[in-house]
Write a protein that binds this ligand. Structure first.
Ligand code: ATP
Ligand code: MG
Length: 603
């Protein structure tokens, strides 16, 4: 990643905190100035104690003289050595306090930015189209929210440390120049080489390994997620090996990058310590060569210079580390930003009309839809779902029944044609008001790891008697009462502790409790035995009277009482009518009815 792009990325994440950051910068400048004074005060201390009179003439030492004079006059201190030492201590304390303040502010900014971005990401997920979750791997989606934003804090912590380091280094360098130009030149040459090395490492090694690490981390998440979600089938099929291989591969990959990165991260600081001693040795030689007869006079220079070098060089070492830390985290920031700016999953637009009517009627007019452009699943569906009546949709597996329902829920939008509710195109309705009016029991019941009660109320709150009533209507009350903690019983991840039929009944109770105006049941009773189904069927008929009901089912017993049945075939409606009418037609419905004697018996 180029430096310009990195800066742009950091600027993007600074967001509303740009002013804070400028404040931090100013504070950093003050700290670096005070630290420089602190170091420079060693000079008068050393020269007074070695009885030297020579003093460099430049701005820094003029300022120090001025401060010293005022300080000794103010506190009436006679001894110049005591004055210098007291000032040395005072500047050290001041710089300590300001540095703590700096740390507090920078931590505050860092955590705020990280928290905000994490929250924004989840919000973005919740506001994204359903398609986002269909088209991406769960593990990836989880990594992008749980792990990737964490790196924002890495970047900002390293960035603020880098900032202080740069400022302190610059001020120390000023001091060094004011003490010895030649010494500084040696230092700059050595430091420059060092800088180029760390820069190369941070650009090459850290960024590449940062990218590698996030990819393998993401892969690890995906594998774990798949394994946990599919554990039953995977175990039953004894196919764990595939996941073991994938997991091992991503783990090894990650740690390979980690090893590389960590190794190269250590090298610069090791080199640096070598450099410190070489530089100090060289400076002593230079002074000895230039001023062989008066070496002692240069002791204060040498002492101050060495201290400055000793404080400067570790900073330069960190400088590289911080830079590498930032570069290693940037691929994740890039990922976070691209998710935030991605608009490809916000195509479902909200409308402004509130859906308030009771038992609305629904019409599909020549609806065409396909998940892929070239392959249409629905090829011109026209049908009418009358107000307050029960309409059934039947058809072979894969014929597009669930797709039709998804369109009504606006999980997807039609490619052409319209869907109308009470003669108004559904895209004009406020999404929330539309979906809140629909009680939907989907084909794959979703149960989350919480109590049965929470699974029925599903994020809302209802009085106990309504919960009881809904459970009773869904024919779920009986098995819930048998559970050890009744409604408070925990059901395990994805309801693993419940049977398929129990899960379906909870899902039905969940739909009923919201008192929907439109009730949609997509194979809602498929996992129930004939006896339970009869009971649920009665419950559904009770609720159905108060709603416009759509039933998708294979079993004829479920649809036989529907006022109207639509048969879906090859993307079109091939037949419609009541059960008796359709049997009289001897068409597709008649065939379905006759091919499957099981259906016949049940009905
Ligand atoms: N998210 C998706 N992306 C791509 N294709 C999909 C997606 N969901 C469903 N399909 C395809 O669309 C077609 C219709 O699927 P749909 O789920 O609507 O069938 P269905 O009539 O409900 O079948 P079943 O009776 O088995 O539930 C199928 O061929 C299916 O493979
Ligand atoms: Mg289906």
């Amino acid at each position: 990643m180029k430096e310009r792009e990195s800066l742009k990325l950091i600027w993007y994440f600074l967001g509303d905190y740009k002013l804070f950051f400028v404040g931090l910068l100013l504070l950093g400048i003050v700290i670096s100035f005070i630290s420089m004074l602190n170091l420079a005060l060693l000079y008068p201390i050393l020269s007074i104690s070695t009885n030297q009179t020579y003093q460099p003439h430049n701005l820094i030492f003029t300022v120090i003289n001025l401060i010293e004079e005022n300080f000794s006059a103010f506190f009436s201190i006679q001894d110049p050595l005591v004055t210098a030492c007291l000032l040395f201590i005072c500047t050290a304390i001041l710089s300590f306090i300001l540095t703590v303040l700096f740390m507090l502010v920078s931590l505050r900014i860092t955590t705020d930015i990280t928290i905000r971005n994490k929250e924004r990401l989840f919000l973005k997920y919740t506001q994204s189209d359903y398609q986002l979750f269909i088209e991406n791997k769960q593990g990836d989606l989880i990594y992008r929210i749980s792990r990737a934003p964490q790196f924002i804090s890495d970047v900002f912590i390293n960035l603020t440390k880098l900032l202080v380091d740069i400022l302190l280094s610059v001020s120390t360098l000023f001091l060094l120049i004011s003490i010895s130009v030649y010494g500084t030149i040696v230092l700059i040459v050595a430091g420059g080489g060092y800088y180029l090395l760390t820069r190369y490492l941070s650009m090459k090694v850290s960024f590449l390994s940062g990218t590698g690490r996030y990819l393998s981390n993401e892969q690890e998440n995906v594998t774990l997620n798949e394994y946990i979600n599919g554990v039953k089938q995977i175990k039953a099929a004894e196919s764990s090996n595939h996941w073991i291989r994938q997991f091992d591969y991503s783990v090894r990959d990650y740690w390979k990058f980690w090893k590389e990165d960590t190794f190269w991260l250590q090298i610069p600081s090791l080199l640096l310590y070598l450099l410190i001693f070489v530089v100090i040795g060289l400076v002593i030689i230079i002074i000895k060569l230039y001023y062989p007869e008066n070496f002692i006079a240069y002791l204060p220079v040498l002492g101050t210079f060495s201290l400055a070098v000793l404080t400067l060089l570790p900073r330069l070492a960190n400088f590289g580390n911080y830079q590498m830390g930032i570069m290693g985290a940037l691929p994740n920031l890039d990922l976070v930003r691209s998710i935030q700016l991605d608009t490809s999953y916000s195509r479902i637009e909200n409308g402004e009309i509130q859906l308030t009517t009771k038992r609305p009627e629904i019409r599909f007019n020549a609806v065409v839809f396909g998940y892929k452009k070239e392959e249409k699943i629905l090829k011109g569906i026209t049908l009418e779902i009358e107000s307050g009546k029960t309409t059934a949709i039947v058809g072979q597996s894969g014929s597009g029944k669930s797709t039709l329902i998804d369109l009504l829920l606006r999980l997807y939008d039609v490619d052409s044609g319209t869907i109308e509710i009470d003669k108004e195109n559904i895209i004009r309705y406020d999404l929330k008001s539309l979906r809140r009016k629909i009680g939907f029991v989907s084909q794959d019941t979703f149960i989350f790891n919480a109590s049965i009660e929470e699974n029925i109320t599903f994020g809302d709150s209802y009085p106990t008697d309504e919960i009881n009533e809904a459970a009773e209507l869904a024919n779920a009350k009986e098995f819930i009462d048998k559970m050890p903690l009744g409604f408070g019983t925990l059901v395990g991840d994805r309801g693993m502790r419940l049977s398929g039929g129990e899960r379906q009944r909870i899902a039905i109770a969940r739909a009923i409790i919201r008192k929907p105006e439109i009730l949609i049941l997509d194979e809602a009773t498929s996992s129930l035995d004939t006896v339970s189904e009869k009971a649920v069927q009665d419950a559904i008929s009770n609720v159905a009277k108060k709603c416009t009901t759509i039933i998708v089912a294979h079993r004829l017993s479920t649809i036989i009482n529907a006022e109207r049945i639509y048969v879906l075939k090859d993307g079109k409606i091939s037949e419609s009518g009541s059960h008796e009418e359709l049997l009289g037609n001897t068409g597709d419905y008649w065939k379905m009815y006759n091919i499957n004697p099981g259906l016949k018996n049940e009905s």
